[in-house]
Design a protein around this ligand. Structure first.
Ligand code: PLP
Length: 399
């Protein structure tokens, strides 16, 4: 008998992956340029030059045996020191290299962190809409997911609902700003309020409640909004960072976990992270990509392309009549479906070769997600299809 839960997860891919695969098939049938594939969050702009320069320098000037060898399990200490220096200098905090663990991207950071802190029967709170893999990671770690809805139209966390959701089983809440799938950014005021609420609950309940800040989109911001650094606001915090989106390196699998030094039992939590990574078989993060990090901290690929795509799509869709959440960051647009059933709406969009993701799996029905990390040309050429889709619904309602 094999593991049924693993079978269930592996035999059915995520809705996002399913649409992505459909897109590949459709492109081979009617030509790449005729399919408007907004399904997946794969960065469409190349990594910055500093990445390729660092890679060639490393390859040309290093001893290949050590370059491609194992690093220590938590990652090369000089890389971890560089990250700590960068974080401290940029956000005015006082974090330590010894509390940083390099990982294979945010997915690994999240699953390792959850496995490190959760005991069977605990609960993890997420704000809906949320990245669907949170459920997979939390449940595998033994926790139940408790969902607190954000309130439209701004999609900020509902703090009254959060207050009701926190209980003696709560082990962590996951925050994600800029957010996938809404693009919403949490203000410092909201982060402060969440922190104050959890501090009070920790006292009342006599428990420790972590904030896990999932940050693959931290640098993808298109306004002067700041993304508050969680360890400044809340002691029992863990940052799950990834270079996948900022440096356009999602296939290379590189990121890190940072346990705040102010965390009540920081060293214990850190060792639990080391233990969770060990038991999950993460030996060390990809070495070559560890070594480029010191030169690439704070750098991004050319995100002005995403801003342009956002502006074109947001302006066009709202002018057609769609209800769209205004995104300050990430590269997603969250759009109200034109019927209650978001899956049926996304299916109808396919008739116009628009591949968009229904929101049900994000824990918040009635919307679709458009990933605008595609070429600006694709965005422009897709507008006619979005208009036709909108008009089709108008005709149904009128006729
Ligand atoms: N968290 C969120 C909110 C994401 O959108 C993603 C990827 O799209 C991840 C985590 C996983 O990122 P990574 O590629 O670094 O594993």
């Amino acid at each position: 008998m094999i593991n049924e839960k693993a079978y269930a997860l592996g035999s059915k891919s995520s809705v996002i992956r399913e649409i992505f695969e459909y897109g590949k098939k459709r492109k081979s049938e009617i030509g790449e340029e005729n399919v408007f594939d907004f399904s997946i969050g794969n960065p469409s702009v190349p990594c910055p030059k500093i990445v390729t320069e660092s890679l060639s320098e490393l390859i040309n000037n290093s001893d290949p045996v050590s370059l491609h060898g194992y690093t220590s399990a938590p990652g090369d200490i000089n890389v971890r020191k560089a990250i700590a220096n960068y974080v401290n200098g940029t956000f005015g905090v006082n974090e330590k290299a010894e509390n940083i663990f390099l990982t294979a991207g945010a997915a690994a950071s999240l699953t390792v962190s959850l496995n490190a802190i959760v005991n069977e029967g605990d609960e993890v709170i997420v704000f809906a809409p949320f990245f669907p893999e949170y459920r997979v990671f939390a449940e595998k770690a033994g926790a139940a997911l408790r969902v607190v809805k954000c309130s439209p139209p701004l999609f900020q966390p509902d703090l009254c609902e959060l207050e009701k959701a926190v209980n003696e089983k709560t082990k962590a809440i996951i925050i994600n700003s800029p957010n996938n799938p809404t693009g919403a950014v949490m203000s410092a005021d909201t982060v402060e309020k969440i922190s104050a609420l959890l501090r009070r609950k920790e006292k009342e309940l006599g428990s420790q409640i972590f904030i896990i800040s999932d940050e693959p989109y931290r640098e993808l911001i298109y306004s002067d909004k700041e993304v508050p650094y969680i360890t400044k606001y809340y002691d029992d915090s863990i940052v799950c960072y990834s270079f996948s989106k900022s440096l356009s390196l999602p296939g290379e699998r590189i990121g890190y976990i940072l346990v705040s030094d102010k965390c009540k039992n920081a060293r214990e939590v850190y060792f639990a992270i080391c233990g969770a990574a060990r038991s999950l078989g993460f030996v060390c993060a990809p070495a070559l990509f560890q070594y480029i990090i010191p030169r690439c901290l704070g750098k991004t690929s050319d995100i002005s392309v995403y801003k342009e795509n956002r502006d074109i799509l947001y302006n066009a869709l709202t002018s057609f009549g769609y209800e769209v959440v205004y995104p300050d960051g990430a590269f997603y647009l969250f759009v109200k479906a034109l019927e209650d059933d978001d899956e049926a709406f996304a299916k109808k969009a396919r008739k116009h070769e628009l591949l968009i993701v229904p929101s049900k799996d994000f824990g918040f029905g009635g919307y679709v997600r458009i990933s605008y990390c595609v070429s600006t040309d694709t965005v422009k050429r897709s507008l006619d299809s979005f208009k036709k889709l909108y008009d089709e619904y108008g005709e149904t309602q009128n006729g």
